[in-house]
Design a binder for this molecule. Structure first.
Ligand code: FE2
Length: 376
């Protein structure tokens, strides 16, 4: 592997009950007026209240915007921006799943640098410093807390825009495993499978480095060894802790290595059929692993060895399929009502996904169609 630089610019504060540190950490970043971005489910779970209590102890003024939604859109960002313009915060807090954290980043981009969300589609488009942000994940999934990217969908075109800039990364991520206990079972499954797919895809991309592979392996081990445990016992705090750390490590890996063809294949399924991201990527990943196996066999052997198992790409693909089935997810496209005659249109859409360009074995529309057909 050629020498590369590795980015890790987010301080991690972790532990059971770590959300109680929020006030102190906000003050440490010179925050006096925080805009907390979240969604109604997180409010109902009581996590916003816990955040507010900690902020109050340090006399930090706070406004709550609970308009983040799953797969956040430019409309969600605009609503939050209106609140920010009225309130004039000096710090952002993203509390929730990837959607809340991405929405907070999105609002921060436009509030701090002006213009509209679309202006920041791509890499390094910020025109100046952004306000400091604290990310507090309540799922073990996207790893957004460790990334400089916000995924925001254009409300008109429905295109998912990856908006990334080093200055958008959270200054601090608070990893409190107790916050993940309230996830509904389906969210544990979908976000867990997503995190697993991040570990596997980042491990083999064309952009990986020795350090990113190390993060991929650490993430994979933590996630693969604990996914079944959290499904069997939602209150297993030790396993939840490992899942949360695994997702964060995978987030660091993404930041340095990007993703691969499973994400390129998943995005059109979500756009066209509204299939949840974790379901779409979890279904496609074993087929991508098989597609990549000729080139990546030794990497896949390494991942199997990491969890004390033997085998390579084939065995890894089998294991990934088992994870999906354990979580009650579908493992064939036909079972999600995807139409066979639409596969070539979907493959055309997958072929223009940026993330596919980092796949270790190059993919074009015919190759992607063959992978969809394999998964059908
Ligand atoms: Fe993902």
């Amino acid at each position: 592997m050629p020498p590369t630089s590795t980015s890790q610019r987010t301080e991690v504060v972790r532990g059971e009950g770590a959300i109680a540190q929020l006030g102190k950490l906000t003050r440490g970043l010179s925050g006096r007026k925080a805009l907390l971005v979240t969604d109604p489910g997180i409010v109902a779970a009581g996590h916003v209240q816990a955040a507010l209590e900690s902020l109050k102890k340090f006399n930090i003024d706070v406004r709550v915007f609970d308009g983040a939604r799953e797969n956040p859109t430019t409309a969600n960002v605009e609503s939050g921006l209106a609140v920010a313009k009225d309130y004039q915060p000096d710090l952002f807090i993203g509390l929730g799943g990837g959607s809340s954290m991405d929405c907070a980043k999105g609002i921060n981009f436009v509030f701090s640098c002006g213009g509209k969300m679309q202006d920041y589609w791509g890499v390094g488009k910020a025109t100046g410093e952004l306000l400091p942000m604290i990310a507090i994940p309540t799922t073990a999934g996207t790893g957004s807390e460790m990334q400089s990217f916000a995924l925001i969908s254009d409300k008109d075109t429905h295109i998912k825009m990856a908006c990334g800039d080093k200055r958008a990364a959270a200054k601090i991520a608070i990893l409190d495993p107790l916050l993940t206990l309230t996830q509904p079972h389906s969210v544990t499954v979908l976000t867990g499978i997503d995190a697993i797919s991040h570990a596997v895809e980042t491990c083999v991309t064309t952009k990986r480095s020795e350090v990113s592979v190390d993060f991929s392996c650490k993430a994979w081990k933590a996630l693969a060894m604990n996914f079944s445990k959290v499904l069997q016992d939602a209150t297993d705090v030790k396993a939840r802790t490992k899942m949360q750390l695994g997702a964060a490590h995978a987030g660091v890996a993404i930041e340095n290595s990007m993703l691969g063809a499973a994400h390129a294949l998943a995005n059109p399924l979500t756009a066209e059929y509204d299939i949840a991201h974790g379901q779409a990527v979890g279904l496609m990943l074993p087929h991508v692993v098989k597609y990549n196996a000729t080139k990546c066999e030794s990497d896949y052997q390494m991942l199997m060895k990491e969890i004390g198992q033997t085998g390579g790409g084939y065995e890894l693909a089998e294991l990934l399929t088992r994870f999906c089935m354990e979580g009650g997810l579908k493992v064939r496209l036909r079972d999600l009502n995807v139409e066979e005659e639409k596969l070539s249109t979907l493959a055309d859409a997958a072929a223009v996904q940026w993330t596919g360009t980092f796949n270790p074995v190059s993919v074009d529309a015919p190759a992607l169609l063959a992978i969809y057909e394999d998964a059908f």
